[in-house]
Design a protein around this ligand. Structure first.
Ligand code: PMH
Length: 365
């Protein structure tokens, strides 16, 4: 059982108004008839799936996309009766469960279909086309036609949708993207019957490319107010509002003397008299060891994490003495998820997904 730390002053604050604004801005940007599906997999990129799903729905999201069947079942369990698509592979053995719960699944392989026993009730499927991502998907027009013909023979399966996923939508150079898009259009055009939901856009595509020919977008990272990549920031059609901030409080403040050391390995040595604070957050919370050297902030003033980050604690160097209980922004404001991603040599997606279940989420607005 994962234990959440409600009795420790370390928490993630999720601003629901930011999520609503990001969705509403994107809906205004999209043609009226294009639905926005909120991508809430991986606990809504670390923001908390159920609360985000509620907020997204209030803001006009018409359904949800998840990676695994359990996430879809958890949404049903929480009372959502909206459209849900599992974008990852669902084992055949669980197709019946998905059908019963009216959860759409992704079909990317003829073998998955041919080996499928008759289902007790209709299963909606979305065909996944691999137009260049090289991950899941049917790789040719013929493969799509073959599946379409196979499903036409069955009474228990409906092709509700067809989709693809872009490998380079977050880059300003669009030649690979254009190739994928042309391939997708060609495959869709070759179908006997155009499915109700033809969709291809992740956030970057939904923000930067015309969606008039499509029926839905799968809006993930930018619903959380983060950019799909730093390079497209100047091209974004509206300002994104980050929803998540990670906070903690100083639990001990002390003065080091020259030559004093900090944390495992005693890798940090004070050169002069200096103030430091111990924070109750560590790598088990998703504040991983690579955050060593990262600048967190107090009222906008940046201060570095010194020495090694421990499992449950870390230490920062203060510019002066601060009272115990002072609130520290680990992620947010000047030390945004993008700045953290750059420090960790990763992407903002990973920064929020890393935050573990031990960190409680507090929802505002
Ligand atoms: N559609 C699919 C098939 C996805 O895998 C993802 C995100 C999205 C839509 C939403 O993308 P966005 O968050 O950029 O809007 N998938 C992943 C992934 O597999 N790794 O990082 C993001």
């Amino acid at each position: 059982m994962a234990v959440t730390g409600w009795h420790r002053p370390t928490w993630a604050e999720v601003d629901r108004a930011a999520i609503r604004a990001n969705i509403q801005n994107e809906r205004t940007h999209l043609p009226e008839n294009v639905a926005l599906f909120a991508v809430v997999k991986a606990d809504a990129y670390g923001h908390g799936m159920v609360e985000v799903a509620k907020t997204a729905k209030e803001a006009g999201a018409k359904g949800f996309c998840v990676a695994i069947l359990d996430e879809a079942l958890a949404l049903r369990e929480a009372g959502f009766d909206d459209f849900i698509l599992v974008m990852g592979a669902v084992p055949q053995a669980f197709a019946g469960v998905a059908a019963q719960k009216r959860i759409a699944v992704t079909v990317f392989d003829i073998e998955w279909l041919t080996g499928l026993a008759p289902l007790p009730t209709n299963l909606d499927v979305h065909l996944k086309v691999d137009t260049g991502m090289g991950r899941l998907g049917l790789r040719s027009m013929e493969a799509v036609r073959e599946i379409e013909a196979e499903i036409a023979k069955r009474e228990d399966i409906t092709i509700e949708g067809i989709f693809t996923h872009f490998a380079t939508a977050d880059q300003l150079e669009t030649s690979y993207f254009e190739k994928q898009l042309a391939c997708f259009r060609e495959v869709v055009g070759s179908m006997e019957v155009r499915p109700t939901l033809v969709h291809c856009a992740n956030s970057a595509t939904a923000l930067l490319h015309e969606q008039a020919d499509f029926d839905a977008v799968r809006f993930g990272i930018s619903m959380y107010g983060l950019t799909p990549s730093p390079e497209i920031v100047p091209a974004l059609p509206f300002e994104l509002r980050p929803a998540l901030s990670l906070y903690t409080e100083m639990v001990q403040v002390k003065e080091l003397m020259p030559g004093d050391h900090v944390s495992y390995g005693a890798t940090y040595e004070a050169e002069e008299r200096e103030w430091v604070a111990t924070l109750p957050v560590g790598y088990a919370d998703g504040f991983i060891r690579a955050y060593s050297g990262f600048q967190v902030s107090v009222d906008g003033v940046l201060m570095p994490v010194i020495g090694r980050v421990c499992m449950d604690q870390c230490i920062i160097k203060l510019p002066r003495e601060y009272p115990v209980g002072t609130k520290v922004t680990l992620i947010g404001g000047p030390n945004s998820a993008d700045v953290a991603a750059s420090h960790l040599n990763t992407i903002n997606y990973e920064i929020t997904c890393l935050i573990s279940e031990r960190v409680p989420k507090k929802y505002i607005n």
